[in-house]
Design a protein around this ligand. Structure first.
Ligand code: GA4
Length: 337
């Protein structure tokens, strides 16, 4: 008799695993911590963006109360039964997603809620999942996004000053624009079941929560609870774990800022590993320009270096990005040869 094994479901076989990374436990020596209230903040921001494309921010001005209110709403949402959460899916362009990331076969040990703007709350998509809590969720999300956007503008203005760009709002104006195409993401990385983690541990590998990638936007502003998982890739291609800090924000340089600075700033490759014991919650505000905005190196970066990139609109970039896999290099299509 021939016994046919049931083939694994796509979810069983397509998670990825990684090994070989360094873990740092203290912030210096490698990663910069920028205290926004200190006079040297702008210099440190520029150094961090050149070296890592990543830094941690303290004295950020986002009220702890605003953060906690949104965090507890997010925890409530992710604690709902799966079928109720799924009523708010699929996540295109906004809504609930589970394991599947993007449109081209990427998966991770993660569930999430993507929000694009306030109009998302007017559609009928979120109300079956949130019920009577939707208004409160809308209000705490809007307060959080306002406060984080304000911090983002402050950081982008310091950056412009640190780079001696005449127009102080060269970057921040894109975020202030009413048409700014920003995205907000709430992620929940549930504890990874022992069957999956047991297999990993034997091999010295770790299950991936959110696969390696660079962010497409200008900067991304991330806040997480105190569960580890985030890793960044250094210039020498080694991966390091970033110790979590629920009282600070982490800033990633995105592809658009790498282009606008003609490669002087690096868009940081990063990923999140799954944890066997604790849930990780993160909330990320991806600061994007308006869809019609032309993205190209600013004139001050092409005085003594040729432009590395062709000009493109944010719409063109986004369209091409959504056709890629998460780990792909999305900027190569826009490089001058
Ligand atoms: C990465 C950064 C943000 O999370 C995101 C992601 C987006 C998605 O989850 O829908 C993408 C990814 C991100 C880049 C390539 C495409 C699009 C998934 C994917 C495979 C919301 C974004 O803006 O780009």
């Amino acid at each position: 008799m021939v016994v046919l094994c049931k083939p694994p479901t796509p979810e069983q076989c397509s998670f990825s695993y990684v090994k070989n990374f360094k873990t740092i436990t203290t912030f210096p020596p490698q990663i910069c911590v920028v205290d926004l209230s200190k006079p040297d903040a702008k210099t440190l921001i520029v150094k961090a963006c050149e070296e890592f494309g990543f830094f941690k921010v303290t004295n950020h001005g986002v009220p702890m109360d605003t953060i906690s209110k949104l965090e507890s709403q997010a925890i409530n949402f992710f604690s709902l039964p799966l079928d109720q959460k799924q009523k708010a899916g699929p996540p295109n362009p906004f809504g609930y997603g589970n394991k599947k990331i993007g449109l081209n076969g990427d998966v991770g040990w993660v569930e999430y809620l993507l929000l694009t703007n306030d109009h998302d709350f007017n559609s009928t998509k979120l109300s079956p999942a949130f019920g009577h809590t939707l208004d409160n969720f809308r209000s705490v999300t809007s307060d959080y996004m306002c406060a984080v956007r304000r911090m983002g503008c402050e950081i982008l203005e310091m950056m412009a000053e640190g780079l001696n760009i005449e127009q102080k709002n060269a970057f921040s104006k894109l975020l202030m624009d009413k048409e700014s195409d920003s995205v907000f993401r709430l992620n929940h990385y549930p504890p990874c079941p022992s069957e999956l983690l047991g297999l990993n541990n034997k091999k010295g590998e770790n299950m991936v929560g959110f696969g390696e990638h660079t962010d497409p936007q200008i900067i991304s502003l991330l806040r997480s609870n105190n569960t580890s998982g985030l890793q960044i890739c250094l210039k020498d291609k080694t991966w390091i774990s970033v110790p979590p800090d629920q009282n600070s924000f982490f800033v990633n340089v995105g592809d658009s800022l790498q282009v606008m600075t003609n490669g002087r700033f690096r868009s940081v490759r990063h990923r999140v590993l799954a944890n066997g014991f604790k849930s990780r919650f993160s909330m990320i505000y991806f600061c994007g320009p308006p869809l019609s905005e032309k993205i190209a190196p600013l004139p001050s970066f092409t005085k003594d270096k040729e432009s590395l990139y062709k000009e493109f609109t944010w719409f063109e970039y986004k369209k091409s990005a959504y056709a890629t896999r998460l780990a792909d290099d999305r900027l190569c299509h826009f490089e001058r040869i």
